[in-house]
Design a protein around this ligand. Structure first.
Ligand code: NAD
Length: 465
């Protein structure tokens, strides 16, 4: 019998969880000569090191400006919402395993806290820049606004290459970075989460460092923690589950059936594989999927849990026997009803947008569609569920995790999933309502809704001093 989505996910959670990461299955890195495990060994199973938005600032601002114009936002408010509240640059000196000292640079940007504490991930990547972190922090403000959760936006990162770091070096960077941000972080002020190249394990170190300074455990200072230490059940699957709910809502709105509807998924990691599994459970047929190793296609359908099991064993989709290999670019132009980009930014551009046959695009990834492609998709009548709505399931369950930590009372998986569904469906209806009222597409509507929600609180609070 094929396992249910829930059992596959909990097995996945168990196997990829923090405790499993410590087991002997780790491979040795060729780049380190000693018998150390590399940081990549513990981060690799969760995160792809090549994920990063190349120019997210432009992508975000193009949408922000358009929505602000339609809202006729007054110039003063426009300036307030464009500028981050706080930008912190810190030096992160650590002793490498060879005894030498190396200094890394870390950033934390709080974009806006009018509606609640800053919320946003921390990434470890060589391409981290202050501009990128600023854009991603603003992105988080709008995402939290769309789903109407009481958080503002924040983001952080350390410029480093985890593939060249041992686990101990990674831990030292994390702890020193956390110590440098002690005045910023806190359950009431700024709450990090995993992002590119960081995971549950890294969140546990942040929580521990912060708690040691506070002299008591402060679980609510980070989300995306291991469940054993205050993480929420359902967090790992939350983003993919949110994609499933939003796609289901979109098909319903458009009067399209679930059963037999064909789906192609770019990116078969946490978000893509979970969304594919859950959408398959809703009756859709997954005909194509891809990861960094390439794309696979089977017009009769791919058994998603089978493909997940293959990836767990072989790391990549490459060689999966239940489908034929196709060129990765072809995935976007297949004869499918729904396309789910869940890998990288800028996957759908002016070049391929015109050839997309799907009626619905659900943006699991952040920024998978360029502003130029937006126009083409709109002209062709493609219904795009924008990233700040489609992938907001993750931050929504992070909010649940924070709430549970503060209550000291933990919810069942059913409660988490039911409440997630309520929030995503509500947000979907809010956004489609704005789209209808202003005769704009879902992306513009999502930005308008979020900007107006944040601006409304600013107007109520007024300017201090
Ligand atoms: P992941 O590392 O678990 O998976 C990424 C997948 O994309 C992997 O299968 C990888 O092989 C594949 N991939 C990378 N480059 C590719 C390419 N060029 N073509 C095809 N596949 C490629 O990451 P994830 O957590 O699933 O995140 C995926 C996207 O969703 C990212 O944009 C991330 O920022 C966004 N996102 C994730 C969350 C979350 O909670 N995990 C929340 C919001 C947004």
């Amino acid at each position: 019998m094929r396992p249910s989505p829930t059992s596959a996910n909990s097995r996945d959670q168990h196997e990829r969880g923090a405790s499993a990461e410590c087991k002997e299955t780790m491979t040795e890195s060729p780049r380190l000569t000693s018998r150390q495990r590399t940081a990549q060994d513990i981060l690799g199973p969760d995160k792809d090191p090549h994920l990063a938005e190349d120019n997210p600032f432009e992508a975000m601002m193009a949408r922000f400006d358009h929505a602000a114009e339609l809202l006729e936002l007054d110039p003063g408010m426009y300036q307030v919402l464009r500028m981050p509240e706080k930008q912190v640059i810190v030096s992160v000196p650590i002793e490498r395993d060879n005894g030498q000292i190396e200094v890394f640079t870390g950033y934390r940007v709080i974009h806006n806290t009018s509606r609640g504490p800053g919320k946003g991930g921390i990434r470890f990547d060589t391409r981290v820049t202050l501009d990128e972190v600023k854009a991603l922090a603003a992105w988080m403000t709008w995402k939290c606004g769309v789903v109407n959760i009481p958080f503002g936006g924040a983001k952080g990162g350390v410029v480093c290459d985890p593939t060249t770091l041992s686990v101990h070096e990674l831990e030292r960077i994390t702890r020193r970075f956390t110590a440098a941000l002690l005045d910023t972080l806190g359950p009431e002020s700024d709450i990090p989460a995993p992002d590119v190249n960081t995971n549950e394990r890294v969140m546990a170190w942040i929580m521990d460092t912060f708690s040691m300074h506070q002299r008591h455990p402060v679980t609510a200072v980070v989300t995306g923690k291991p469940v054993e230490m205050g993480g929420s059940i359902g967090r790992r699957e939350a983003t993919g589950r949110g994609c499933m709910i939003a796609t289901r809502d979109a098909l319903k709105l458009l009067g399209l059936p679930l059963r037999g509807t064909k789906l192609a998924v770019q990116g078969f990691g946490n978000v893509g594989s979970t969304a594919a599994l859950l959408l398959e459970g809703e009756g859709l047929t997954v005909v194509a999927a891809s990861d960094v190793s390439g794309a696979i296609y089977n017009p009769n359908g791919i058994y998603v849990d089978d493909a997940i099991a293959w990836v767990r064993e072989h790391r990549y989709l490459e060689g999966y026997p239940g489908a034929e290999a196709i060129p990765p670019d072809q995935l976007f132009t297949l004869d499918v009803d729904v396309l789910l980009p869940a890998a990288t930014e800028n996957a759908i551009t002016r070049k391929n947008a015109g050839d997309i046959q799907a009626k619905v695009i659900c943006e699991g990834a952040n920024g998978p569609t360029t502003a130029g492609a937006d126009r083409i998709l709109e002209e062709n009548g493609v219904f795009v569920i924008p990233d700040i709505l489609a992938n907001a399931g993750g931050v929504t369950v992070s909010y649940f995790e924070w709430a549970q930590d503060r209550m000291g009372y933990f919810w069942s998986e059913d409660m988490v999933n039911d409440r997630l569904e309520g929030i995503i469906t509500h947000a979907f209806n809010d956004v489609s309502g704005v789209a209808k009222r202003y005769k704009v597409n879902m992306r513009v509507a999502a930005y308008m809704l979020a900007i107006e929600r944040v601006a409304a609180v600013h107007r109520l609070r007024g300017l201090y001093a």
